[in-house]
Design a protein around this ligand. Structure first.
Ligand code: UDP
Length: 238
């Protein structure tokens, strides 16, 4: 609870990578563990989630292999809906109430994206999962995370990363001198070309004063801690 008596509200961005791959397309063990962490934190914090779909399809990659870009991007967006449904299932098994809202109409499986309704769900303690990106080709789910966070009045965008625990001065896998940057301005991130999220997402947050925290999903407990407000990884702000 903040000073004003309002609950903390976060927008968590999970990339498709976080959902695993393999013959099932998604990794139920990984999603189940992630869902338990989110459900625990959602008892005290309002949590909205934007899911990526890179474990299924990335439009840009399919178009390089000859597909029409727009159609390939729609495949990408449909992939995010599959991840959203998987996350919903495991969140409910973990005891959380949930709603999925899709930017592409598919009323049998998800509500349409209605921001005011999403806010009502959050106030009632439900975890809201946004699927189908923005419903627009040529966008990424990073940009959608920034946009949804702004539209529902979230306090922060939390970007959960696989295999890295924040933003580094250089690639930590190849440069032993690479250091984690604990606080970064959007201006700096854009000027230095740091590819943590895409530049549209950065710009949207910068122009509208929305802070972003980039943190590692490992070790277990980090996702819960970040949602609850732990100072993990890198904070990007103006
Ligand atoms: N996508 C899109 N519009 C959107 C969001 C996503 O066209 O608003 C498509 C795009 O093809 C993208 C794919 O969906 O490559 C999966 O999303 P993204 O690459 O952002 O997922 P992540 O990298 O987070 O797993």
């Amino acid at each position: 609870m903040s000073d004003s008596g309002k609950k903390r509200r976060v927008l968590l961005k999970l990339s498709g990578e976080a959902f695993g791959a393999g013959s099932l397309g998604v990794n139920p063990d990984v999603i189940s563990s992630l869902a338990r962490e989110i459900a625990e934190a959602a008892q005290t914090v309002e949590v909205a989630v934007v899911v990526g779909g890179g474990n299924f399809f990335r439009g840009a990659e399919l178009s390089q292999r000859g597909m029409d870009r727009g159609r390939a991007d729609y495949m990408g967006m449909l992939g995010t809906v599959m991840n959203a449904l998987a996350l919903q299932d495991f969140l409910e098994q973990a005891g959380a109430e949930t709603r999925v809202q899709s930017a592409i109409a598919m009323t049998q499986v998800a509500e349409p994206y209605i921001p005011r309704r999403a806010e009502r769900h959050l106030e009632k303690g439900r975890v809201v999962i946004f699927g189908a990106g923005a419903g627009l080709p040529y966008f990424s789910t990073d940009t959608v995370a920034a946009q949804r966070a702004l539209e529902i009045g979230a306090d922060i965008v939390l970007v959960a990363k696989n295999g890295v625990d924040g933003v580094y001065s250089a690639d930590p896998r190849t440069d032993p001198d690479a250091e984690m940057i604990r606080h970064l301005t959007y201006q700096d991130a854009l000027q230095r070309g740091l590819k943590v999220v895409d530049s549209t997402a950065f710009s949207l947050c910068m122009d509208n004063g929305m802070p972003m925290q980039v943190f590692g999903m490992a070790p277990q407990g980090n996702v819960t801690a970040a949602i609850l407000g732990a100072d993990l990884g890198t904070l990007v702000s103006n």
